[in-house]
Design a protein around this ligand. Structure first.
Ligand SMILES: *Cc1c(COP(=O)(O)O)cnc(C)c1O
Length: 397
C-alpha cells in the first residue's frame, strides 16, 4: 500500500517547484509563486480521477472526516453511526464536533452491516459513516437505500481504499461526501494530508471556507476577506500538495502493482480449503492494498499470526489484538479518558459502550488476518512470501 515505497524524481520535481519559489502556502502570494498552484492542481486532479464536481484538500484524513461532518451540519448531540472495525480517527472526528459515535457491528465484508445500521437509527441519527477498510468496501446500494429512507447523510471514509470502485464508481464519490487520507502509510501519500470530495456545491463551499478559518476566499486580499461563519485551520501546505500531485498521477501504476501481488498471494492461499476470503459486495472491485482472509477459529488465527511473525511474513495484522483498529482495546474511548471535560450529552450518549457487546464483529475480527500488499516487492519476494504463508497456515491447522 504505501506510496512512499516508490518515491522518485516525479515527487522531487513537483516539490522543487515549490521550494524554488518559496511559497509554501496554498493561498495568496500570487506574484511570488510563478504560476505554481499545487494544491489547486491536485484538487482538479482529484475531481477528474474520482469523477466528482468538487475536491477540497485538508491537512489529514482525520481533518477530512471532521470537515465533512461539520459541513453536513453534524454537531452537538447528533448521532453518527460507524463500524466497530475502523481507525480511531472515525470516532475522534465525530466527538470533536460534540456528536456521538454509535458503533455497530460489521459483517463479512469487514465493513458496516446494513442491518446493524438500520437497527441503530434513532431520532438523533444524523449521518452514517461507512469505512471502506483494508482496500474493499461496504454494500453501498444497501447503505444508500437506508440513508435515503431515513434522510441521513452518507459519508464514505475511503482512506484505506483509494482507487477501489463499486459498480464502476470510485469509492468516495458514491455517498454525499467522501474522505481520503494521504498520510505516510497510505496508497497515495504526501506525508500528511487529506481530501473531502463531493458533488454537493454547498458542502464544497462550506469545506473551502471552514478549513481556512471561515475565510470567504473572495478577491485576492486575505486581510479583507469576510467570515460567513466560524471555521478552523485544516489547511494543507503547498509542499505537501506538491508531493500529493506527483503521487496521484501514479495511482494507476500503484493499483496495477498491488493487484498483481495480491493475486499471487490469493491464488496460493486459495488452495487451502480452510481459508476463506472477505466478501466483496457485488459489483465491487478492491484496490488490492490488503489481502484479507478468515481462518476457522481465533486459536488457529492467533497461531498463524505468530508463525507469520516468526517466519518473516511481516505486515499481516490480526486486528483482534490491535489497539488502533478494533473496539475491543479502545479503553480510552470506553472510559472517556479526555484531557478536557466532555459534554453531558456525549457522556450519556456513550454509556452503551460500558455494556454493549459486539459478538458478530468479534467473530469476524478474531478470525481475520489483513496482509498489507507492498509496492516494492519483486516477483521473487511475492512468491517466496506466498510459500511461507501457505506453509505457516498448513502447520497451524
Ligand atoms: C488513515 C486513516 C484515517 C485518518 O487519516 P490521517 O490522515 O492519518 O488522519 C481515517 N480513517 C481510516 C480508515 C484510515 O485508515
Amino acid at each position: 500500500m504505501p506510496g512512499f515505497e516508490l518515491f522518485g524524481d516525479l515527487e522531487r520535481n513537483e516539490l522543487n517547484d515549490v521550494l524554488n519559489t518559496g511559497v509554501l502556502m496554498r493561498y495568496g502570494f500570487d506574484g511570488m509563486r510563478q504560476g505554481h498552484w499545487k494544491a489547486k492542481e491536485l484538487e482538479t486532479t482529484l475531481e477528474n480521477t474520482f469523477q466528482v464536481n468538487h475536491a477540497q484538500l485538508v491537512s489529514s484524513g482525520t481533518a477530512a472526516i471532521s470537515v465533512a461532518l461539520a459541513v453536513a451540519g453534524v454537531g452537538a448531540g447528533d448521532e453518527v453511526i460507524l463500524p466497530t472495525f475502523t481507525f480511531v480517527a472515525s470516532f475522534e472526528a465525530v466527538m470533536m464536533l460534540g456528536a456521538i459515535p454509535v458503533l455497530v457491528d460489521i459483517d463479512d465484508t469487514l465493513t458496516l452491516c446494513p442491518n446493524a445500521v438500520e437497527n441503530a437509527i434513532t431520532p438523533k441519527t444524523k449521518a452514517i459513516m461507512v469505512v471502506h477498510m483494508c482496500g474493499s468496501m461496504g454494500n453501498m446500494d444497501a447503505l444508500k437505500t437506508i440513508s435515503n429512507k431515513h434522510n441521513l447523510v452518507l459519508l464514505e471514509d475511503a482512506c484505506q481504499a483509494i482507487g477501489a470502485t463499486y459498480k464502476g464508481k470510485p469509492l468516495g464519490s458514491i455517498g454525499n461526501l467522501g474522505c481520503f487520507s494521504f498520510d505516510f502509510v497510505k496508497t497515495i501519500t504526501c506525508g500528511e494530508g487529506g481530501a473531502v470530495i463531493t458533488n454537493n456545491k454547498q458542502y464544497y463551499i462550506n469545506s473551502d471556507q471552514f478549513s481556512d478559518h471561515g475565510h470567504d476566499h473572495i478577491g485576492s486580499d486575505r486581510g479583507s476577506e469576510t467570515h460567513p461563519y466560524l471555521g478552523y485551520n485544516f489547511r494543507i501546505s503547498e509542499l505537501h500538495a506538491a508531493v500529493g500531485l506527483a503521487q496521484i498521477k501514479r495511482l494507476p501504476e500503484f493499483l496495477e502493482i498491488q493487484k498483481k501481488n495480491y493475486n499471487i498471494l490469493r491464488d496460493a492461499l486459495s488452495q487451502i480449503p480452510e481459508v476463506t476470503f472477505r466478501t466483496v459486495p457485488e459489483g465491487g472491485e478492491e484496490n488490492y492494498s490488503f489481502l484479507n482472509f478468515f481462518l476457522p477459529s481465533l486459536e488457529i488465527t492467533t497461531k498463524v499470526s505468530e508463525k507469520f511473525k516468526q517466519n518473516g511474513v511481516d505486515a499481516c495484522f490480526h486486528y483482534y489484538n490491535n489497539n488502533w483498529h478494533y473496539i475491543r482495546k479502545w479503553n480510552h474511548l470506553k472510559d472517556l479518558k479526555s484531557l478536557f471535560p466532555i459534554s453531558t450529552e456525549v457522556k450519556e450518549g456513550l454509556e452503551y459502550l460500558k455494556t454493549k457487546t459486539f459478538q458478530k464483529s468479534d467473530d469476524y475480527i478474531a478470525r481475520n488476518l489483513s496482509c498489507l500488499i507492498k509496492l516494492s516487492w519483486t516477483d521473487e519476494d511475492v512468491n517466496a512470501r506466498a510459500n511461507k504463508m501457505v506453509e505457516a497456515i498448513k502447520l497451524a491447522l
